[in-house]
Ligand binder design. Sequence first.
Ligand code: CMC
Length: 436
Amino acid sequence: MADKTDSPSGKTFTLTNDQTGDKWVLPVFDGTIGPSTIDIRTLYEETGHFTLDPSFTSTASCRSRITFIDGDEGILLHRGYNIKDLAEKSDFLEVAYALLYGDLPNKKSYEEFRKNITYHTMVHEQLQFFFRGFRRDAHPMAVMCGVVGALAAFYHDSLDISDPNQREISAHRLIAKLPTLAAMAFKYSIGQPFVYPRNDLGFAENFLHMCFAVPAEPYRVNPILADAMDKILILHADHEQNASTSTVRLAGSSQANPFACIAAGIASLWGPAHGGANQAVLEMLAEIGTKDRIPEFVQGVKDKKYRLMGFGHRVYKNFDPRAQIMKETCDKVLSELGVKDPALEIAMELERIALSDPYFIDRKLYPNVDFYSGIILKAMGFPVSMFTVLFAVARTVGWVSQWKEMMEEPSNRIGRPRQLYTGAAQRDYVKIEKRT
Ligand code: CMC
């Protein structure tokens, strides 16, 4: 459906070549909210120049109606709904529905969606043999990259990306099966039998059940932990055009199947500057070890020997709204479990120092969502290697929503960034005998 954001706003931006004096008038597009964009699509054709923007600090790679972030004000909206309202008042499946379809569901559509998702929670029985091919001490993210990509080998009936119905089924399959595969990766790493999904449980509750139940005895999921897991999933569900989402979009732009695209997203999420940060936070806290070593560590950060993991964000330069909600959830979980964790004491002291030290204030380095999520997950009993996997379970909803949006865009073309070439100019080939 076209709206006013589909046409140029009428405003323009004029670019002048200082050498020749030539001028180009570029159209400007306004979004609903947020910065306007200068349309440079014809720039190369008209000027013979590319634009240079490594790391994409100023480049909008797509149009999207899904998520809005105002990093200066600390605002995060999904389909226009504030993240705080969603985390406090909705459950993960409601948020997933909104991300996929544009609005929060009514009762009937929620129930239908819940049925559709739970219908797909089991994975093909053959998939367990894929797990058995991995070493038990394999990083579960390595396992996830493999088994999620392998889904394409099992679900041939939802690979036709030109068919909206098949696209929808593969989106549902991915949202439903990721928790099952993540729990299997966890069980495999600790040598316990896989636990089948239970469709009578809520999404987060079922996930915790698959992770912590054993066949030998009944297991009841603590509702406070199920609620905390639901919030972790909501807070990580989508985050606009971040590295992994852009990876999914770029992979999808070549018309790769959705399972392959999400596997690519998982690989991108793995890095410590992105989804791997929650694992890196816990490793950092363990390395600091005791509170008396914090000043030495902070000095090392200022000397740029290492980074304060769980702090800073490319977009949020005031505070991360997700971190505030995560901190409250963290307090609830720790008090429910009666956890007295030395890592937590170190974390709180680091947080205090960073929020009062001019080095961090000047660089706008605030705790991000991953600073607290790792502490909660540790308290729940997850090993650090599983933290990023949980992030992937949540972000799958964002990835498939963004992929679906891109596939529905009629003007979708393969993504192909340009470059500023700085290597050798064309030169003569010299035979190996004559090379010095
Ligand atoms: N610790 C210490 N200094 C930092 C940090 C940090 N975590 N982050 C940025 N800086 C400094 C950096 O050294 C630079 O200082 P100077 O101006 O003196 O050179 C300045 O702040 C700007 O840094 P930048 O590298 O330009 O910032 P960026 O926007 O490229 O990086 C970031 C964003 C998230 C990669 C970075 O802040 C970081 O590495 N943080 C730690 C990893 C982390 O927690 N990542 C999770 C992000 S939230 C989850 C997600 O979205 O994936």
